[in-house]
Design a protein. Sequence first.
Lengths: 275, 453
Amino acid sequence: MKMVDPDVMVRRDDDRQSQRAASQGVKMSARDVKVFYGDNEAIKGIDLDIMENEVIAFIGPSGCGKSTFLRTLNRMNDTIENCRIEGKVTLDGEDIYDPSLDVVLLRAKVGMVFQKPNPFPKSIYDNIAYGPRLHGLAKRKYDLDEIVESSLRKAGLWEEVKDRLDRPGTGLSGGQQQRLCIARAIAVSPEVILMDEPCSALDPIATAKIEELIDELTESYTIAIVTHSMQQAARVSHRTAYFHLGELVEVNDTETVFTNPEHELTEAYITGRFG
Amino acid sequence: MSSTMDSAADKRDQIQSRVASSLRRRHAKERRFRMFGLAAVMIGLAFVAVLFVSIFSRGLPAFWQSSMTLDVYFNPEILDVGPAPVRQQDESPRDFEQRQQSWRTRLTMANWNKVMQDALIAAKPELEEHRRSLRKLFTNGEKYRLRDMVAEDPSLIGQTHSVKLLADAEVDVWVRGNIDRSLPDSRLQLSPEVRRIADQLHDEGILKVAFSTVLFTNPDSRSSPASAGLAGAFMGSLFMMMVVICLAVPVGVASAIYLEEFAPQNKFVDLIEVNINNLAAVPSIVFGLLGASIFINYLRLPLSAPLVGGLVLSLMTLPTVIITTRSALKAVPPSIRQAALALGASRVQTVFQQVLPLAVPGILTGSIIGIAQALGETAPLLLIGMNAFVANIPATPFEQSTALPVQIYLWQGNEMRNFFEARTSAAIIVLVLLMITLNALAIWLRKKFETRW
């Protein structure tokens, strides 16, 4: 168990963040995080805290590094060849890039939902059960059934699929597939859920359902969501972080960001002058 | 104002007519291209049709052969070899074996031709005066078959049994008209007398052209061409196929999985990749040389053995299996890998639980096509002695053997053209059917695993 150096926190954190941190507790924190793809520096030193049970939205123009940053939070960047990460990311004060830390454990705690729904070409049941089986969360079939049901219920999909759990997950509609992926992520009881543009491939009705779901999930999970839709960020998030060319320009309460942005780049982006 | 509008309208008309004329050209081009494509397909199909018609029309007759079903009397006077030796109590195993050996030798030395001649004369007594010519009617292998019957069951001596005796290959060729009957005597193998008797027997229905399983049950034969079969070559090919399946498939799939999913991306791995692709393009005869020098000269493995053939073919098939397996793995969408990794699956779990099951149809198809390729390969086998004449059916992969394509090669070079042309085509039919079966299996497996979802 490694603790975050308190000096670093005080020195780097801005006032508002530390206030929230004090009131709500920091779930994850990034300190001077840099990501390189080969020689190309995709993220240029980001400091950010993610609070417990909040929804934080990452917005910014394409290529600004918001997805890359999201993926540093559960080390999905590790899977990319010649990607190098500097800086420190902690989860509950524990360094997630510590060589002694098991990345499997980290990903069980920090789940992820991707841009395109990616259910396994297996039954709905097996899709949900895959994670719990991996981690040995259910000892008996009955327990597993229960996990599957509760995950599907939390994802608001149970009523729609309860009669066809043995049917392929790939046979569902796009929105249902994405909720299936969310249910799959929930099934391993993560603490944080990362969502990488989860609605960009969905129609407005399916999008609305996912947004509703995010709202409900925030009671038990911390959620970081990357989105291209500013309306979505405004609707679902408590705080919004604006990224620009690999740098974190501004992070604030969502309302503040959208009504009274501190930085002119943020203002330019949210008023649609570029993006 | 109106003039500019006019000119704009003019210009639009002009553009439209230009588009229309170019459209005609484009359509004509498309039609031409479709015609070319269709013609190419037609030509290809025509070649395949010609090939199949020619092979089947030549090869199918080989499954029918001239034979005589006669009542053979195992005459004790001719087969005067005494009773089969029985082991005495005080006899050493060696002595017993020796006695058995000498009994067998006497049995072999018996005048089997006379047994067969008598059988034919019994069916048609007026042939007695041509006794000497009758032995020419039977193929040489039949006397050994009769001998083996007795060796297996000595109580046959003194009994009469109905046996289907194969006619000599030359007789078969003559009777079925596979030779120009107007040729002068000096250019025919059979004497006029034998030819006349053969025709007579054929007319009377004693000598019949009937379906024969010889091709499937016998190994190759030179002294008795009529009883030459494919069984030895077939078994040899089967053993080689087994070696390839046991060796090339697992090694190839494993190395493909490692290269595709686990290997770091660096110069060394790139070099390996390039060389695997190069290996796939190496002429197969080079693999034969490699096999001869490594497996036979260095490792001292037996010459002409299906084991060595299988090893050489495995080397040859390996690149194919690796390349097809890699492309099957590449075809699995990366999103599946990410989904599994994000749930906390390790690399190995991701590959074996999610990626590999999706790649199985592709891997199977690739492997089976690789095996089929190996099955049809001839050149490398010539270099490791598998073109030797082998007159028995191998029981293990270590025994001398030949292979189906090599058998085709050997038969097609046989000097008895009239007879072996049909045999060659028949062997091709067997090989082609085997290939078609394998490819059908590949398609079936692919469909089966794909339609699951």
